[in-house]
Design a protein around this ligand. Structure first.
Ligand SMILES: [Ca+2]
Ligand SMILES: [Ca+2]
Length: 183
C-alpha cells in the first residue's frame, strides 16, 4: 500500500513534469513536447548540440520508463503504473533504475544553469516557473530543501531525491525538491 502522502508526491511529478500534454497518462508525445519546451526555455534550436543531447537523454528516459512501468504494454504509463514503479523504488532506494538516475541527473543539470555543480534558489525556481509552478512557492520550497543554505550540491541532491520518492516523513527536506511546499 502506498500512503496518500506518497501518492500526492508522485501525482505532482506525474502531472507537472511528465504528463506534459495533460492527457492523464505519459507517452512518447509528452517527451517530444518536453524537449521543445526545455529547448525554448534555454534558447536551444533544433540542430544545436544541447538540443540533440536533451533529445537523446529524454528519449532514453522515456524508453527506460516505458519498459519498466508500462505493465499492460499499451504505450502509455498510467498513474497506477507510475505509482507501482515508484513503490518498487521506495522498497530499495539504493538500487534505482537506470532511467531514474538519468532523470535525477537531468533535472539537476537543467537547474544548474551556471554549470558550477550546485543549484541556487533562482536557478531552481526559474525552471519550475517554466513548468507552470508558482514562483513564490518554488522559492519557499528551495529554502526548505536547502535548510536555509544558498546552494545545493549534486551529492546533497541525490539524497534529497531518494527522500522525495521514498520518505513518509512530512518534514523531510527531500519533499521539496520539485518546487511544491505542501502535499
Ligand atoms: Ca500525456
Ligand atoms: Ca500502460
Amino acid at each position: 500500500m502506498v500512503s496518500d502522502f506518497r501518492k500526492k508526491k508522485l501525482l505532482h511529478v506525474f502531472t507537472a513534469f511528465f504528463d506534459t500534454n495533460g492527457s492523464g497518462s505519459i507517452d512518447k508525445k509528452d517527451f517530444e513536447l518536453a524537449i521543445e519546451k526545455i529547448s525554448t526555455l534555454r534558447g536551444w534550436k533544433a540542430g544545436d548540440t544541447k538540443y540533440k543531447e536533451t533529445q537523446e537523454t529524454l528519449l532514453k528516459i522515456w524508453d527506460g520508463l516505458q519498459s519498466r512501468a508500462d505493465a499492460d504494454n499499451d504505450g502509455q504509463v498510467s498513474f497506477d503504473e507510475w505509482v507501482t514503479m515508484w513503490d518498487d523504488f521506495a522498497k530499495n532506494p539504493g538500487s534505482p533504475l537506470e532511467w531514474q538516475n538519468l532523470y535525477a541527473k537531468f533535472i539537476f543539470q537543467l537547474e544548474d544553469a551556471s554549470n558550477d555543480g550546485s543549484i541556487d534558489s533562482e536557478e531552481f525556481s526559474s525552471v519550475y516557473v517554466s513548468f507552470g509552478l508558482n514562483k513564490a512557492e518554488s522559492v519557499e520550497a528551495f529554502k526548505k530543501m536547502s535548510k536555509g543554505k544558498s546552494n545545493v550540491s549534486w551529492d546533497e541532491f541525490q539524497g534529497l531525491w531518494k527522500e522525495y520518492f521514498a520518505s513518509e516523513d512530512k518534514n523531510a527536506a527531500g519533499n521539496f525538491i520539485f518546487g511544491k511546499t505542501s502535499f
